[in-house]
Design a protein around this ligand. Structure first.
Ligand code: XMP
Length: 531
C-alpha cells in the first residue's frame, strides 16, 4: 500500500457505513483506511494515523453484543470525529449517557447549531441533516458541550475542542446532509490541519518507489488479462522496475474482437515490459469441443488458465530467471468483502480472493498487490495518471471465461466468429451512445449510460427473408444494462433509434445472422451474463 504522510482511520461499526466515509475522505484527497472497530489503541498507534473517524452502525450501544471501542484510543491525543453510533459510543466510553428515546428520528431533520464550533464553520445556523436513530445522547461526557440540536434530539452534536473530540448524531457522509462535505472538510483541514496529498500524481511516485524498494533486483510475474486492474498494476510495475517485470497474457481465443492485439500493442509499444503472449487458442478449442454445460465451461477455462500461466512461470525459472513475486490487481472491495485481512500491512501468501487459485506443488510466489487499498474509480484515475489509454481504463467488466459463456451451447469457431463481429457492432454503437451522454452530462456514469453491453449467441436458428431469399440463420441477443456494481442491474432503456441501428447493422454486416432480439430482464431475476 502506498504510504502517504497522513492517513485517517475509519472505525467500522457496521458494514455499509465505513466504506462510504472512507470514500468521502478520499474525495477530499486525504488517504483513509477502514479498520475494524475492535482494533486496540496499540494497533492504532502503530499505524500512525493523523485522525480517527468513528462510523455509524445498526446496534444500540447498550445491546448485549454491541461493538465497543478501546477507551485508551481517546488518550492517544488524536483528533476524533464520531457519527451516529460513533457519536453515542464516544459519549458512553467517556462517561456520558445514552438513552432510549420514545420517538426515533429517521430521514431529513432541521439542525440548529451554535456559532463558534469549528465543525460548523462556514455553514448556516439552520441546516438540513440526515438522521437515522432511536437512541440518543442524554448527557455529554465531562469537558464536552453541546453544539447542535434538532427538535427531537437535544444532543445532535457535541465537542471537546481542547482534546479535538467531535461527534454528530446525524450522518455527514450521506448526500442528504446539506453541508456534510463541508463539515468533513472542517474536521480534516480546520481541526486536524491535514493537507490534500492523496492525489494520483503524488501516488504514482510513492507507489513506484515502494515497489522498487520491495522488489530489489528480483523478478516479478503478472497475469495480464487486459482488464483495468491487471493493466494498471502492469503499468505501475513497468514504471517501477521495467524489464524485471514479465507480463503473461494467456490468449484463450475467447476475447472480444481486436482485444488481444490492443493489449499486446499497449504493453509492447507504450510500456516496455517483458511481454509473453501465450497463444493457447487451439488448446482451449480442443478442451471446449462439445462442452455445453456452463459450469463445466467455466471450470475448464479457469483451470487451463492457471496451467498455462504456471507453465510459463516454470519455463522462466528453468531458463535461469527465477521469479520471486507475483503481482496481482486485487482491489480494496475484494478485501473488504472477503473480510480477509484485519488491519493493513500484512501480506497473505494465499488468500480467498477469487483471482487466485492455490499455487501448484513446488510453486511459490510472494504477492505484490499495489491496488489493495484502492476503490475502482481510483484505480481508473491511477491508470490515466500512468498514461494508459482510455479504452483500457474505462473498459467495461468482462468475464474471465470470455465469449464462451456468451455462446449458449457448444463453442465452435463459426459461432465465435459470428459473436465477435456482432459484439463489435454493439460496442461501437453503445460506446458512441455513452460518449454522447458523457458530452451532454459531463458524467461518465450518468443515469442512463450503459454500464455493460454485449452480444449473446443462443443455440437456435430461425427463418427470415433477405432480398427475395428465405434464410434460416442465427439470432443475436443484445444485452445492455445499467448498474453500479453488478450485484443488481436493470436493462438499459435505450432509445429506439439506437436499438434500430444496432439491429440493422448486425443483420447487414454479420453473415449468418438474420434476427436481433433485446433482453429486457433485470437482475434479479436474471443475471447479467447468460451463463
Ligand atoms: P452475472 O452474470 O453474475 O455477472 O450477473 C455479474 C458481473 O460479473 C461478471 N462476470 C464475471 N467476471 N469472471 C469474471 O471476472 C467470471 O467468471 C464472471 N462471470 C460474470 C459479469 O460480466 C458481470 O459484470
Amino acid at each position: 500500500m502506498a504510504q502517504t504522510t497522513q492517513k485517517v482511520l475509519v472505525f467500522d461499526f457496521g458494514a455499509q457505513y465505513g466504506q462510504l466515509i472512507a470514500r468521502r475522505v478520499r474525495d477530499l484527497h486525504v488517504y483513509s483506511e477502514i479498520v475494524p472497530c475492535d482494533i486496540s489503541a496499540d494497533e492504532v498507534r502503530a499505524m500512525e494515523p493523523s485522525a480517527l473517524i468513528l462510523s455509524g452502525g445498526p446496534a444500540s450501544v447498550y445491546a448485549e453484543d454491541a461493538p465497543s471501542i478501546d477507551p485508551a484510543i481517546f488518550d492517544l491525543g488524536l483528533p476524533v470525529l464520531g457519527f451516529c453510533y460513533g457519536h453515542q459510543i464516544m459519549a458512553v466510553t467517556l462517561g456520558g449517557e445514552v438513552a432510549h428515546s420514545e420517538v426515533g428520528e429517521y430521514g431529513p431533520a432541521t439542525l440548529a447549531c451554535d456559532n463558534g464550533s469549528a465543525l460548523f464553520e462556514g455553514t448556516p445556523m439552520e441546516q438540513t441533516v440526515w438522521m437515522s436513530h432511536r437512541d440518543a445522547v442524554d448527557r455529554v461526557p465531562e469537558g464536552f458541550h453541546v453544539t447542535a440540536r434538532t427538535e427531537v434530539c437535544p444532543v445532535a452534536a457535541m465537542e471537546c475542542p481542547e482534546r479535538k473530540l467531535y461527534s454528530t448524531q446525524f450522518h455527514p457522509e450521506v448526500r442528504h446532509t446539506e453541508y456534510g462535505q463541508q463539515i468533513l472538510k472542517n474536521f480534516l483541514f480546520g481541526v486536524c490541519g491535514l493537507a490534500q496529498d492523496w492525489t494520483m500524481d503524488n501516488l504514482v511516485e510513492t507507489m513506484t518507489a515502494e515497489i522498487r524498494e520491495k522488489v530489489g533486483g528480483d523478478r516479478v510475474i503478472l497475469a495480464l488479462s487486459g482488464g483495468v486492474d491487471s493493466s494498471v498494476v502492469a503499468a505501475l510495475c513497468s514504471r517501477a522496475i521495467g524489464k524485471q517485470l514479465t507480463c503473461v497474457f494467456v490468449n484463450h481465443g475467447l476475447l472480444r474482437k481486436g482485444e488481444p492485439e490492443q493489449v499486446e500493442e499497449v504493453f509492447t509499444k507504450q510500456f516496455d515490459v517483458d511481454f509473453i503472449h501465450v497463444h493457447a487458442e487451439e488448446r482451449y478449442a480442443k478442451l471446449l469441443d462439445g462442452v455445453t454445460e456452463p459450469e463445466e465451461k467455466r471450470r475448464i477455462i479457469g483451470t487451463q488458465f492457471w496451467e498455462e500461466f504456471f507453465a510459463v512461470a516454470q519455463q522462466l525459472e528453468e531458463g535461469g530467471r527465477p521469479v520471486t513475486y507475483l503481482a496481482q490487481g486485487t482491489i480494496y472491495p475484494d478485501i473488504i468483502e472477503s473480510g480477509a485481512r484485519k488491519t493493513g500491512g500484512k501480506t497473505a501468501t494465499i488468500k480467498s480472493h477469487h483471482n487466485l487459485i492455490p499455487f501448484p506443488e513446488g510453486v511459490h510466489f510472494d504477492l505484490i498487490e499495489p491496488l489493495d487499498h484502492f476503490f475502482k474509480d481510483e484505480v481508473r484515475e491511477l491508470g490515466l495518471a500512468l498514461g494508459l489509454p482510455e479504452h483500457i481504463v474505462y473498459r467495461q467488466p468482462f468475464p474471465g471465461p470470455g465469449l464462451a459463456i456468451r455462446i449458449i451451447g457448444a463453442v465452435s469457431p463459426e459461432k465465435l466468429e459470428i459473436l465477435k463481429n456482432a459484439d463489435a457492432i454493439v460496442r461501437e454503437e453503445l460506446d458512441a451512445y455513452n460518449q454522447r451522454l458523457f458530452e451532454e452530462t459531463g458524467e461518465r456514469n450518468s443515469e442512463h449510460s450503459c454500464w455493460q453491453y454485449f452480444a449473446v449467441l443462443p443455440d437456435i436458428k430461425s427463418v427470415g427473408v433477405m432480398g427475395d431469399e428465405r434464410t434460416y440463420a442465427r439470432p443475436v441477443i443484445l444485452r445492455a444494462v445499467e448498474s453500479s456494481d453488478a450485484m443488481t442491474a436493470d436493462w438499459a432503456k435505450l432509445p429506439y433509434d439506437v436499438l434500430a441501428k444496432i439491429s440493422s447493422r448486425i443483420v447487414a454486416e454479420v453473415p449468418g445472422v438474420n434476427r436481433v432480439a433485446y433482453d429486457i430482464t433485470s437482475k434479479p431475476p436474471a443475471t447479467i451474463e447468460w451463463e
